[in-house]
Design a protein around this ligand. Structure first.
Ligand code: NAD
Ligand code: MG
Length: 303
């Protein structure tokens, strides 16, 4: 993050095109799932730039993939808005999670670490119970975890890969949602991380983009079921956002230096720019918004 951008928070009037410099990340690689700690350049997850306004005072939230990227920005924002947070993440991501947990605690909120692998059905189904137990209830779920591995040719796409992508991105969302609902009182919310890829799939992301289309459909269906119970389900569809997902095989290596430059604003987004959408859809401010997908993509094909 540059010095000039560190002075800006999400409430400061500024030119969105120049809020962040256009990224031209060096070619780099991390083994999946990768760590934000080693991302170059580092992304803005709101550490110095997200200002809370008490919009989630007293809420109890479970956020999957909360250790890094968009999930970390959402966790930091939720805590600064007044929520206690249970964090799901892979055990290998403990170092990233520690940083986010200390930021949640610095905001005066409770943080509960619940590491595990969402492709394991038992872990996925147990996550909401464990979050509710530790937080003393549950009224917000953010199904954000996801994996994205680029493969140029379907001939080279191993069945294990697309099966694991489906297990992590969509099967786990069914399990977490199913297990969460019995805990959720009226007024609760679920927000799912989908993607621009649900509408405008890249050829090299066959399995990933398919799961994101499924998430959109799941969101609209389950939203209809739960709306009469006072539980609102919505989704956020990010465009190109600078996160470690992109350097742990999420993009072909050669694509990294131009990452995100094809949107109308000409630059990739930072995770903190996604957080207000999740806050809005979780807060009571959005009480009449349901089954919606909020596009946060710097200007790209949106339906
Ligand atoms: P990220 O790598 O920082 O976050 C993804 C997280 O998913 C990881 O930190 C990890 O904790 C979790 N995860 C992956 N596999 C898991 C598993 N098997 N078990 C448990 N947790 C697992 O990257 P991100 O870009 O912040 O991704 C967050 C969400 O945003 C994902 O659903 C992604 O598809 C979506 N998204 C990202 C972009 C983008 O450009 N970065 C664009 C559209 C959508
Ligand atoms: Mg991570």
């Amino acid at each position: 993050m540059t010095e000039s951008s560190s002075a800006l928070d999400q409430l400061t009037f500024s030119d969105p095109v120049t809020r962040y410099p256009t990224l031209s990340p060096p070619k780099q690689h991390q083994a999946e799932p990768g760590l934000d700690r080693d991302l170059e350049p580092s992304a803005d997850r709101g550490e110095q730039t997200y200002r809370g306004l008490g919009r989630l005072e007293g809420r109890k939230a479970l956020i999957t993939g909360a250790d890094s990227g968009i999930g970390a920005a959402v966790a930091i924002a939720f805590a600064r808005e007044g929520a206690d947070v249970a964090l799901g993440y892979l055990p290998a991501e403990g170092d990233d999670a520690k940083v986010v947990i200390s930021l949640i605690e610095a905001a005066g909120r409770k943080a509960v670490a619940l590491p595990g692998d969402l492709s394991d059905p038992e872990y996925a189904s147990s996550l909401p119970d464990r979050a509710a137990e530790e937080l003393g209830g549950l009224d917000a779920v953010v199904n954000n975890a996801g994996r994205q591995i680029a493969v140029e040719d379907i001939a080279d796409l191993p069945p294990e890969q697309w099966e694991d992508t489906f297990a992590t991105n969509i099967h786990a969302m069914f399990r977490v949602t199913q297990a969460a609902v019995p805990h959720l009182p009226p007024g609760s919310t679920i927000v799912n991380s989908t993607s621009i890829q649900a509408y405008d799939p890249s050829a090299h992301l066959l399995d990933y983009a398919s799961t994101k289309a499924a998430i959109n459909n799941f969101t609209k269906g389950v939203a209809q079921q739960l709306a009469p119970k006072g539980i609102r389900v919505n989704a956020v569809a990010p465009g190109p956002v600078w996160t470690v997902l992109q350097v742990s095989d999420g993009q072909p290596k050669d694509a990294l230096p131009e990452f995100g430059q094809d949107v109308w604003m000409g630059r990739a987004g930072h995770p903190v720019e996604l957080a207000p959408a999740y806050v809005f859809l979780t807060s009571a401010e959005s009480s009449y918004v349901v089954g919606e997908t909020l596009h946060v993509n710097g200007g790209k094909t949106s339906p």
